[in-house]
Design a protein around this ligand. Structure first.
Ligand SMILES: [Zn+2]
Length: 393
């Protein structure tokens, strides 16, 4: 369990006391039950402050205490504090290029409902946003929760963002979304304020908050789908860059004479190894129309052609990630997105290229693994964003 990754200072107009309460609640939401001493360590707050605030939060019914189970020496084990029964729910909305997912979560991080619809997100923002708004209603019904119980909404989009104005930061990545402010658009459809971030950033947050990466402060999350992006957690904080466009590794040029990419450049990584490119590469060897799901199935059945193409894609991605590792010296590279379902050949390809092209000391320091949350990482990250931006408890 670590201190909250999103913010380390009060928001404008937020009192220090409100900020400290939020910090405690975030630490418990992300890491589960903890003693007062552990909370002091995790948040950097003094023992006196933790004691005063947890007493206050328990009096308000927001925290519950259970007796500790491990004895330290002869003393009584310290009580463990956890979030009490959910005081509200959060909504996460994650757009991919070809699908939208919606999840409802409670404030302890439990997922109450999950919905997914396939559609062409890139070409029509209106249809995608209308669909997402409908799905939010369906998911709330599935969770048995009224709209009035929603305390925060988080949203991810598969494109760089202009964080100053809340628009997509590129005119070409999502052509149907130019000049729109996605958070405002969704917010007006569902009648709730919406917090916005890049989808790979949200995947990084979710994977890092997941049990296995709790102690990883430097992590690169790769989203490999119809587009390729990355989310960077550096020193325990999400790194968004000066304008919100960090981590766009899909548009690193691999071949100067390659095909023109949707970003306007030529021979980008994304033109060579996105799920669309991989399906197109394998299609001539198959009679029926292939999907990326078929490719994953073929790899699982040891089909030599599919395994070869996916392994080569892994090495090409790994060649780029090796340079990123030399720059950033991460402890973990987590591979998410639809192609991550292809598993071993993809991960082995990325691992092999990092071992070959990163500095030995850098390569030794980094573990490479498939996303533990699969292709739900982004929508679960949207729930974390929602909880962090939730209206005050
Ligand atoms: Zn490009």
């Amino acid at each position: 369990m670590q201190s909250p990754p999103l913010e380390d200072a009060p928001r404008p107009s937020e009192t220090l006391r409100a900020f400290n309460r939020r910090r405690l609640l975030t630490a418990l939401r992300q890491g589960g039950a903890a003693s007062r001493a552990q909370l002091a360590q995790l948040t950097g707050l003094s023992a006196v402050t933790v004691s005063a605030l947890t007493t206050e939060l328990m009096r308000e019914g927001l925290l519950a205490a259970t007796p500790g189970t491990t004895r330290r020496g002869a003393g009584r084990p310290p009580a463990l504090l956890s979030l009490a029964a959910p005081a509200g729910v959060t909504v996460g909305v994650a757009f991919g290029h070809n699908q939208v997912q919606v999840a409802i979560g409670d404030l302890s991080g439990r997922v109450l409902a999950h919905q997914r619809v396939l559609l062409d997100v890139a070409s029509s923002a209106t249809r995608a946003l209308d669909t997402a708004a409908g799905l939010v209603g369906t998911a709330l019904t599935e969770a048995g929760t009224p709209r009035s119980a929603v305390v925060g909404v988080g949203m991810g989009v598969p494109a760089p963002l202009d964080r100053q104005v809340g628009t997509i930061g590129s005119n070409n990545i999502l052509p149907g979304w130019v000049a729109l402010r996605p958070a405002v658009e969704l917010g007006s459809r569902i009648g709730l304020p919406v917090a916005l971030d890049n989808d790979a950033n949200l995947g990084a947050l979710a994977e890092r908050a997941h049990q296995t990466d709790r102690r990883v402060d430097d992590l690169i999350y790769l989203k490999i789908s119809t587009g390729i992006g990355s989310g960077l957690i550096l020193g325990g904080q999400l790194h968004r860059g000066s304008t919100g466009s960090s981590g766009e590794i899909g548009h690193i040029q691999i071949r100067s004479d390659g095909v023109v990419c949707r970003c306007g450049s030529r021979g980008c990584l994304e033109t060579l190894v996105s799920t669309t490119s991989i399906v197109a590469l394998l299609q001539p060897a198959h009679e029926q129309g292939l999907t990326i799901g078929d490719v994953v199935t073929l790899v699982a059945a040891d089909d030599p052609g599919a395994t070869r193409v996916v392994a080569e894609a892994g090495r090409m991605i790994g060649r780029v990630v090796a340079d990123l590792c030399n720059h950033l010296n991460p402890a973990a590279v987590v591979v998410g997105g639809e192609l991550s379902e292809a598993g071993t050949p993809l991960i082995a390809g990325i691992r092999g290229a990092i071992d070959q092209f990163a500095q030995p000391v850098v390569a030794r320091a980094v573990t490479v693994r498939a996303a533990a949350l699969g292709d739900r990482a982004e929508v679960l990250g949207a729930l974390l964003l929602a909880a962090d931006s939730a209206r005050p408890l």
